[in-house]
Write a protein that binds this ligand. Sequence first.
Ligand code: ZN
Length: 452
Amino acid sequence: MRTTSRTWIANPAAAWTSDDNADCRGGIVVEGKRIVECVPGGHTPADYSERFDARGLVLLPGLVNCHHHFYQTLTRALPAAQNKELFAWLSALYPVWAGMDEDCVGSATELALAELLLSGCTTASDHHYLFASAFENAIDIQVETARRMGVRVVLTRGSMSLGQSSGGLPPDHVVQSEQAILDDCQRVASAYHERGDDAMVQIALAPCSPFSVTAELMRESAKLARAHGLRLHTHLAETEDENAFCLEHVGRRPLEYLADLDWLGDDVWLAHGIHFTAEEIAQLGTAGVGICHCPSSNMILASGLCSTLDLEAAGSPVGLGVDGSASNDHSNLIQEVRQAFLLQRLKYGSEKIAVTDALRWATSGGARVLGRPSLGSLRPGALADIALFDLDALRFSGAGDPLAALVTCGADRARHVMVNGQWRVVDGEIPGLDMGALVARHGKAARRLQLG
Ligand code: ZN
C-alpha cells in the first residue's frame, strides 16, 4: 500500500516543460520530492490522491539562478557607486562591503532568498567573496538560512587574495591569505556539501576574478575542487577593462589565462562571459564550460552583450543570473527572464530569440550550468521544483498566449512555488516569514553598513 500522497497539479492555463516532446497541458503529478507523471491535455492521471486546482495559472519548472551576491542587497542604488563601470563601481564599494558583520550576511541572505522565491526561483547560487578577518562564517550563516527557508542552494565559497599592494584591484584589508582561503574551502565543503541529485545544499569554489585573485589560488582551488568533486566558478570576460588588465599583468587574454590554470572543463561555470572571440567561444563549447548570462547587471554597468546563442551552438550550457543586487538592483528572476529576452533580441533579432529561449536559460539551461540534470524541467523523475504564476493583474488583461504573456507583459511575482515537493510560496506569500520584520532588520543593517 502506498503511504505518500500523489498530488495532481491540475489543468493549468499553460505548462512549459522545457522539453519540447512532453505534453503537460493537463498538469503534473507530484509524489514526495519528485514529479512522477506528466498529464497530457484533456487527460486525468491514472492515480492521484489530492488535486491542486491550477486553472488560470501558468506552470513552469522552478527557475534556477546561477549567479548572485546576496550581501549586495545591502548596497542597492548606493549614490557613491552609481553611473560607473565595473572597476570604478567595485572600487567605490569594496570599502563599504568590508564593514559587513554576521547580522548583515544573515539578513541579506534571508531577504535575497525571499525575493528569489517570490519570483519563482527554486534553486539559487550565491557567490560570497568578502571574508573580513574577524568574520569568516558567512557560508555557515547562508547554509543555516537556506535550510530554514527550504530553498535549494549552490553556495560558492568565494575568495580574494590579490590586494592593491600586489597589483590587484581590491584594497589589501579585504583579501585573505591563500592558505586561509583553502583551509576554509575544505572546511565548508566537508561540513555542508551534499551529494546526490536531490541535494538541497551544495558547495562550489569560486575565486572572484582575474584582477582580485592570484594564479596560484586559481590553480590550487581547481585541484581542491576536483579532489572533492566540487564545481568551480568565477567571473570572466565581463569587461574590456578586464581584458586590458590580463594582457598587462599576465600577458594573456582572460580565457587563455584560465586555460593555463587548468580551469577549462564541464565542472566550471563563468559569470557574464561577454568579451570572447569566436575562437574562444569554440574553445569554451568544446570544453563544456557553462556561462551565466546576467542581463540587468550587464546593462547597468554597461559591460556588454553575452553571445548566448553562439555559446550554446558551440556546446556551452547557458543559464541566467540576477547577479548581485548592487548592479541589478533586484533579485527577481522572472523579471530577469524578460531582460534576457529583450537584450538578446537586440543582439540576434526577433526571429532568432523567442520567449522560450529566455525561459530555457532560466530553467534547464541553468540546471546544466550547475550540473543538476534533475532540475529545470517537468519530466517524470525530475525533482518537484515548480512555479505557478497567475495572470490576474492589469498588465496581463487581454493577453492571447498565456506563456508569452508571462514574459512580454512582465510577470514579477509567482503565486505558488514548490521546492523539493514542499510548498514554499502559497498565494504569493512565504508561510512563516514576517516580511515587515525582515525588511526592518535588513534596512537597519544596510544603513549601518552604508554609514560605516
Ligand atoms: Zn557577480
